[in-house]
Design a protein around this ligand. Sequence first.
Ligand code: AMP
Length: 287
Amino acid sequence: MSELKIFTTVAETVAYAKEQKAAGRTIGLCPTMGALHEGHMTLMRAARSACDVVIASVFVNPVQFGPNEDYDKYPRQFDADCEKLAAEGVDAVFHPSPEEMYPAGYGTYITVENGITDVLCGARRPGHFRGVATVVTKLMNITRADKAFFGQKDAQQVAVVRRFVADLNLPVEVCMVPICREASGLARSSRNSYMSAEEKQAAVVLSRSLKAAKAAYEAGERDAEALKRITREELATEPLAKVDYVDLYTYPALQETTTVTEQSLLAIAVFIGKTRLIDNIILGEQA
Ligand code: AMP
């Protein structure tokens, strides 16, 4: 098992990254909020196979949580996270305090203003993507990343990151990793730990509903309303499920569409009890 370096300050992380770059090594960044699971590990493996050095970050970013969201109760288990990262051969983990990332006087934020943060989770979680864009920009700069790895689980996040990386000419390649699921189909998520066994079983309805829509798409259905209706109908079979949204947009532009003629994102957010879960599938060919 390789030695995992643990950094809590920006200065020591920058020094390490500079040293690696000076030695001609490429750096892969995997940003996370910790409570690591197998889904996160698929990111680490993708980074491990594409880059010489892998840096994970574990930081529950206060700026991306709304006032009534779960910032305080978000699971934190850094020691267990480090064991998992070491087992995957991750080279270093950056685990700063909120004060280290946002010291007194902090005042700079990144906002993507072309409409892609106005839909889906951006519409339901005001300020969320401003917080994500700000922290990811900082993490890319601190780690001098050549490539950064994100999960399709948060497909809107990937679209937002790709947008500001292009707009700000950041020298980073953004890589998207497929959704990692449990055998039941449930997308792995740190928030799954909030659910009881009964709720976890009910939560399988998310992936089941997307599967139903995908089957209809594969059978020739291209009408966006019909695909959303099929998804909703399947979700309605589960009494514990309360739909937040079922939406379909072109991907990654996230434009409205009535017919699936290009690559499109069918995305859902559903409450199972008090736990808000998201899932999605990408339909169609890349434009
Ligand atoms: P989080 O810790 O939830 O902020 O997630 C950190 C990164 O891991 C994000 O890029 C997520 O999209 C990714 N991720 C989380 N869950 C999964 C999953 N089930 N499959 C693939 N990637 C995931």
